[in-house]
Design a protein around this ligand. Structure first.
Ligand code: SAM
Ligand code: SF4
Ligand code: SF4
Length: 340
């Protein structure tokens, strides 16, 4: 018999709707703002295989979360396409009652080989990260000297397979603000939404400084000066990107402004790391180890209770309190570990 859905709320009355699952902590790139190669070098200790949650464990958690109100699953990493047989996990997610949307965030390098299989398994859409359209800029950012062509081929493969594509571009001053307009020009009119992301102070290794943030206001002004845009309405409650449409009908763009215009009040997201820790905020210092409990034989009833209680205790609103946290050397989890 199908179980009933019992939506849960956190301390501030926010529902739990989105589950972001990191399936691996490894990546084939070394983006300077995420996994700087000086820190994530050849001898970096990534998670050993046995520490990764198995697909069975992930699905069990996803099923329980769906009973608590989760409707949307995003698969991320590290680079999620480096996890073997990802299509099998997606196929399992499509069978979970209550899950209405399954998405994947990827750097797209491995997409040409995988796009069709992922689509056939039930994936509907992908968010592809691309921070520059000019090779020289992109090569500097990704830390591996990779040109844009493999990513563009990944985008093409995804579209060909029938996947809806959005592009994510992190904008950092001194790194790629020169690419704001070239990226907009490239993707305009291609049925692909380009979303600019303010550089965030996730983790402790990316040398974040507020002076390197290019604000949403600045991004909008830059684009509007050449390609006039106007605000568009929210697609759904808690949408992270502010939407703008080109006045000439060339499609739309989005801006994710976690730093200059935060959105904690409508944050319905919970993150699960590849080694089974749950994080109630992207900027959390520590996670709740659910893997250990699962592996000790936690009953379904106790699992539901643990998850309900974890969300019930949630008081996170880091972006709204960012100024208070600055200069305190607070330990934070890395983006490559939790997946964004
Ligand atoms: N490897 C995959 C990819 O790049 O799409 C998935 C994981 S990656 C951590 C997820 C997203 O986080 C990417 O779009 C990446 O650009 C973004 N990201 C990483 N570090 C960031 C930071 N400090 N500020 C803003 N976005 C960041
Ligand atoms: Fe890898 Fe994605 Fe981080 Fe770049 S942003 S290093 S592709 S995990
Ligand atoms: Fe959600 Fe934390 Fe980001 Fe606020 S800072 S929107 S609570 S993840």
């Amino acid at each position: 018999m199908e179980k009933e859905i019992t939506p849960i709320k956190d301390h501030f009355g926010r529902s739990l709707k989105d589950l972001r699952i990191s399936v691996i902590d490894k990546c084939n790139l070394r983006c300077t703002y995420c996994m700087p190669k000086e820190i994530f070098g050849d001898d970096y200790a990534f998670l050993p295989e046995e520490q990764l949650l198995s697909f069975e464990e992930i699905v069990r958690l996803a099923e329980t979360f769906a009973e608590l109100g989760v409707e949307k699953i995003r698969i991320t990493g590290g680079e999620p396409l480096m996890r073997k047989d990802l299509d099998q996990l997606i196929a399992k997610f499509t069978e979970i009652p209550g899950i209405k949307d399954i998405a994947l965030t990827t750097n797209a390098i491995l997409l040409p080989k995988r796009a069709q299989k992922l689509k056939d398994a039930g994936l509907k859409r992908v968010n592809i990260s691309l921070d520059a359209i000019e090779d020289e800029v992109f090569k500097q950012i990704n830390g591996r000297g990779v040109v844009t062509l493999p990513v563009l081929k990944g985008i093409e493969a995804a579209q060909k397979a029938g996947l809806q594509v959005k592009i994510n571009m992190v904008v950092k001053k001194g790194m790629n603000e020169s690419q704001i307009l070239p990226m907009a020009r490239y993707f305009k009119g291609k049925d692909i939404i380009l979303r600019y992301i303010e550089f965030m102070d996730v983790g402790n290794h990316n040398g974040w400084d507020f002076k390197n943030v290019v604000s949403k206001k600045q991004i909008i002004e830059d684009i509007n000066s050449e390609m006039p845009i106007e605000p568009a309405e929210e697609n759904y409650y808690g949408e992270v990107a502010s939407r703008y449409r080109y006045k000439d009908g060339g499609g739309e763009i989005g801006v994710i402004s976690s730093v200059t215009d935060s959105f904690c009040g409508t944050c319905t997201r919970l993150r699960l790391s590849a080694d089974g820790k749950l994080y109630t905020c992207l900027f959390a210092s520590s996670g709740f180890d659910i893997k250990e409990k699962l592996r000790k034989g936690l009953s379904d009833e106790d699992l539901t209770e643990e998850l309900t209680s974890l969300w019930g205790r949630r008081k996170d609103r880091y972006s709204e309190e960012r100024a208070e946290h600055q200069g305190k050397n607070r330990k934070k989890i890395e983006m490559s570990y939790i997946g964004g």
